[in-house]
Design a protein around this ligand. Sequence first.
Ligand code: PBG
Length: 330
Amino acid sequence: MFPQTRLRRLRMHPRLRDLVRETVLSPRDLVLPLFVRHGKGQRVPISPMPGHAQLSVDLLADEVREIVSLGIPAVILFGIPEHKDDVGSDAYAADGIVQRAVHAIKETAGRDLLVMTDVCFCEFTDHGHCGIVNEKPGFADVDNDATLEILVSEAVSHARAGADVIAPSGMMDGMIDAIRTGLDEAEFEHIPMMSYAAKYASAFYGPFREAAESAPAFGDRRTYQMDPANANEALREVGLDVAEGADILMVKPALSYLDVIRRVKDVHPDIPLAAYNVSGEFAMVKAAAANGWIDEARVAMEILTSIKRAGADLILTYFAKDACRWLESE
Ligand code: PBG
């Protein structure tokens, strides 16, 4: 009680603040998303995501060397194929865009960089949905069980290409069990899965859909992604994924869902938890900073720290490279 207790005492010296800091962000916590495209010598800027570009496979070597030198442990790949069709064939082709990118990165970085692959279909289908679309009376919908089959092919082909971690993001029921079984049958029982377990139907994905050219041609994703109003349901989603064999769980987006991150961590403290600081969260900070309205580095680091404080063990973020530089200059 005051005056014996004065919490300001622990704030008086910067080194003492360092000693009592509860949450410390490190480059080792971060995963950088990369967008890969067909073509040669292509670096196509993504306008709502300053500093990010779709890169052709031949440019990945330089990019990856920089990422490793900054101390970033992992990338997650998103592919933009040359041709899209209604079943997303490029997603499970041995020479698909993601498969070629995995090869190229492995050739450059070997085991210095972990390569995660997003396993979904929205970038690969001409209709932009995350699976096979079927007509139902009165509306078109993604066919859950038909999509599971091609998700398995996609995951196995990523593993064959050399992916280290498979990250299913399509929010199909049963996808973790189906992919685990498929990977095991193909003798990839050692490849872990990071499940986008609680993924919300969020407007914060807007810039990503421009980056990945994956906006749905009709309708939206609300029949498979979660309602932003629900948090109890997130616990059901993650509970099922744990039972189905997910090795790492994910909550996505991060910033508007810090409560969900905390609750998932409380219920599953023993399972590594990822959070995805998504494109819209990044774009908002960039836009405000470009206007001189906020201090970009401080705001970004505060956001990343808050995501870790909420309970995330690893953070997928477009700030990964910047954050490493900011951490170094601290
Ligand atoms: C689906 C996927 C999406 C994102 C990551 N994986 C988009 C979506 O569900 O529409 C969004 C990531 C971001 O906004 O940064 N393949």
